[in-house]
Design a protein around this ligand. Structure first.
Ligand code: PEP
Ligand code: MN
Length: 398
């Protein structure tokens, strides 16, 4: 059983989408009694449908087991079966595969209110502040810089170029999670003062990756946002540690992970107390693809529909090759991304990591205004629309 699938509104055991409580009752068997016996006013969080004719002892056992996990149960009696409505704290129960328990026919999660990541449509979505930049509704954020901090002069040069081109935040890895242990692993703490100088010289906030829970404290002193890379999306000790801080976290989707798993990884940080999580689609493995990675842009509208968390796209790791980065970045903006993360290097062929996918400062400078124009066209409420885009000659108001 997939707990997030539950929350997303799937009637288990069927493929019937489930959003609304009233609709649920229409789907129930004809013997369902319309007058709930013990029902309370609030909608239940979950409904457990018991097997028709289930004997009282097993029914009681199921009820007790659910109650022992903190749920408040109302029992509903139909002609030939019983239903339990569950209220209160059900997050732990969702992980228990209740639909596989003897005597249980199916389980429906009615709402996803209890998840910290879940979008609450009754409240406006607030952007998250990173340095002096906002990420989320009403703004579009461009994060750029080299894959890794290599040496000071080069890093400062690249930082100055992306700042001049209009980037909002500077990225550069002090620690690099590399597939090969023989590949450049980053300068570690030696990169900290370099990143600090980059911020001082450009005024851009700093985004850098954290690999190890033991580094969280020291690195959050120099970073405006900490990146959790694709390989670490499932590093739960790291996620819990980040949850103890208030530093914004850029959580990249594991390259073999579903969006449900991404949201549950975010839940680790959010439920530990840090509300500042920004999601990032960075490409996934796909068996049918001709390449190692496929940028899953469909995840952007999907995530926006399900969560209030901002969604960025990384077209650099999502393409793996510089010539594809611009096209995928443009598509990401059109798909509604709240921003992009782009690798830039002043000498890609000499880069110690990810040179193949790095844009040159010149290529990046050409791309930025295009992305901002696409953003203005596709989300005109969010930002000022350039005059040449809105002016229509000879038109009349309709
Ligand atoms: C990176 O941003 O340089 C990086 C290693 O990304 P990912 O974790 O998405 O592979
Ligand atoms: Mn990289």
């Amino acid at each position: 059983m997939n707990p997030v699938g539950f929350r997303a509104g799937v009637l288990h055991g069927t493929s019937i989408p489930w959003r609304c409580f009233d609709r649920f009752y229409r789907l129930l068997p004809a013997d369902f009694c319309e007058e709930p016996m013990e029902s309370t006013d609030a909608d239940p969080e979950m409904i457990v449908v018991l097997r028709s004719g289930l004997e009282a002892p097993l029914r009681r056992k199921i009820r007790q087991r659910l109650e022992s996990h903190g749920a408040i149960i109302s029992q509903i009696e139909a002609t030939s079966r019983y239903y339990f409505e569950l209220r209160g704290e059900i997050a732990a129960i969702e992980t228990l595969a209740v639909d596989s328990w003897p005597g249980v026919e199916k389980v429906v999660v009615v709402g996803d209110q209890s998840a910290h990541w879940a979008l609450d449509r009754s409240r406006p979505v607030q952007p998250i502040q990173v340095g002096s930049t906002l990420i989320g509704p009403g703004s579009f954020c461009i994060i750029a810089g080299p894959c890794a901090v290599e040496d000071e002069q080069r890093t400062l040069r690249i930082a100055a170029s992306v700042a001049a081109a209009g980037a909002d935040l500077f990225r550069g890895g002090a620690y690099k999670p590399r597939t090969s242990p023989y590949a450049f692993q980053g300068l570690g703490e030696l990169a900290y003062p370099v990143l600090e100088s980059a911020r001082e010289e450009t005024g851009l906030g700093i985004v850098t990756e954290v690999l190890d829970p033991r580094e969280v404290e020291s690195i959050s002193g120099i970073a405006d946002m900490l990146q959790v890379g694709s390989r670490n999306m499932h590093n739960y000790s790291l996620l819990k540690e980040l949850g103890q801080t208030s530093v914004p976290v850029l959580l990249k989707r594991g390259f073999a992970s579903t969006t449900d798993e991404l949201l549950l990884a975010a839940e680790y940080i959010l439920s530990a107390g840090n509300p500042n999580v920004i999601l990032c689609e960075r490409g996934i493995r796909c068996g049918a693809a001709s390449r190692e990675v496929v940028l899953d842009l469909g995840a952007v509208p999907e995530l926006h529909q399900r969560t209030h968390l901002p969604v960025l796209v990384d077209p650099s790791h999502g393409s793996g090759e510089a010539y594809r980065v611009g096209a995928l970045a443009r598509a990401a903006v059109a798909a509604g991304a709240d921003g992009v993360l782009i690798e830039v290097h002043d000498q890609p062929e000499a880069a110690l990591s990810d040179g193949r996918q790095a844009l040159t400062p010149g290529q990046f400078a050409e791309l930025v205004p295009v992305l901002r124009q696409i953003r203005a066209l596709t989300q005109p409420d969010g930002e000022l629309i350039p005059e040449e885009i809105v002016s229509v000659s000879g038109g009349e108001d309709r």
